[in-house]
Design a protein around this ligand. Structure first.
Ligand SMILES: Nc1nc2c(ncn2[C@@H]2O[C@H](COP(=O)(O)OP(=O)(O)OP(=O)(O)O)[C@@H](O)[C@H]2O)c(=O)[nH]1
Ligand SMILES: [Mg+2]
Length: 195
């Protein structure tokens, strides 16, 4: 049986458009994820990566706010991507304005992936007191120093954060859609409680 937020006309009309924002580690796949699922060509802000930025040997890095669109049932979901580089953190704060949920993407190949989660949760602490978040862990397939999903769960629990944690390959459209649907569900759950 479908959950109420997918079937109730009352709930469906509450958000016929909504905005979500992707933040997270450099090279975790934010740009790739939005490009994988967007139904319109993504408006990007890629620039040539410096050596330090070229994590995962990618040639470009995001320097502004990128934009794509995905429909979840009748809801038009506006997808906003942000740069992972710390020096552009102010962009994420701008992108969060009006956003109703957040995906935090963490690169499992990062030397300290838990410290990365910590950084982004702290950075967006105020925003996350009011809005739902889904944590998506990428790059499970291309590194040897893996942190298991349960370790991310346990870490978040220790930090007093209760949110879904999902494994994601940002190149896979269906997986990205699954993450957005999960966040959509979290948004609708809160909406149901508030109504
Ligand atoms: N092997 C593997 N590659 C992945 C996965 N997810 C993403 N990628 C690749 O990793 C790279 C991610 O690059 P971007 O999408 O530019 O990363 P980003 O998070 O937007 O990076 P910044 O904009 O620099 O913060 C791309 O080359 C993707 O194809 C994954 O799960 N496994
Ligand atoms: Mg990017």
């Amino acid at each position: 049986m479908k959950p109420e937020y997918l079937t109730s006309p009352r709930l469906a009309t509450v958000h016929d458009t909504l905005k979500i924002v992707f933040v997270g580690t450099v090279g975790s796949g934010k740009t790739t994820a939005i490009s994988s699922v967007s139904e319109v060509p993504v408006l990007g802000t890629e620039a040539k990566a410096t050596e330090q930025d070229a994590l995962h040997r990618k040639a470009t890095t995001t320097v502004g706010i990128e934009y794509g669109v995905l429909h979840i049932y009748d809801t038009k979901v506006h997808l906003y991507g942000t740069p992972g580089q710390r020096r552009f953190d102010f962009m994420a704060a701008i992108a969060c304005q009006g956003a109703i949920g957040m995906v935090v993407m963490i690169d499992n190949a990062h030397q300290q992936p838990l410290a990365e989660i910590d950084y982004f949760l702290k950075r967006h602490r105020d925003y996350l007191t009011k809005h739902p978040v889904v944590v998506a862990i990428t790059h499970y397939d291309d590194n040897d120093t893996q942190t298991y999903l349960i370790e991310y769960h346990n870490y978040l629990k220790q930090q007093g954060v209760s949110c879904p944690v999902m494994r994601l390959d940002a190149r896979e459209k269906n997986q990205v859609r699954g993450v957005v649907e999960k966040l959509y569900g979290e948004i609708m759950k809160r909406r149901t409680i508030a109504l």
